[in-house]
Design a protein around this ligand. Sequence first.
Ligand code: ZN
Length: 264
Amino acid sequence: MYVDVHAHLIHPHFAGEENEVAQRAAAAGLEYVIVNGLEPTSNRAVLELCKAHDHLLPALGIYPVDAICNEIAAAGWEHDYPPPAPFDVDAEIDFIDSVADQLVAIGEIGLDQYWVKDFPEKQEYVFRRLIEVAQKHDKPVIIHSRKAERRVFEILQEMNVERADFHCYGGKLKLAKAITEAGYYLSIPPVVVRSDAFQRLVTEVPQSQLLTETDCPYMGPDRGERNEPANVPRGVEAMATVLGLTNEELRDVIRENFRRLFRC
Ligand SMILES: [Zn+2]
């Protein structure tokens, strides 16, 4: 059976279709899909959706751009898409703490220096506090590290985090090797079917540290098409090809890796 460790089924691109997308995932052979929350609204909706489907597992977090929503609201915003809606970040950390025993992981959390270079101290504060929540409840973390991969790794090591998945890792190969040597995992999205960078990454790190994700609705196998968990087998096929394994062999390796990290 297949697994997806990072899906955003609570997203405008899936509005009203969440249950059908979940059913298509099961029909495609997915045993588990970890649905990740980003901020208060999606965190609560993720919990509700996962209650309705045994194969959907909730992970709640605060996305690093949402972590600085109040600083952005005060300082202004220059991108051509809307800024994150302000909310009480500390209250949301407390909420995640209060429901943590219902979660398979804490995430999506981390640092981002791609979309927003400002307020790195506040991003780190929120990241560290959510790592503390994960450690208090003995949960793994699912991590966003775009253009901040090295700093994320340093913080994990400094805080003695044992269980972590780097989702959609886009950093240097050498750092990826250090990350996997430290026992952390890299989850690979279906865009691997057409991405030389992800194909290279798959061949350079131990198979024991590989996982699959979708990051849906993004990072799909077909350019411009909405991604969804049912696409995981296509990613596995592309990964198996570059590794010289059969789909079934790699699928079973990844399933075992999933069990080791998430304990289910
Ligand atoms: Zn994500």
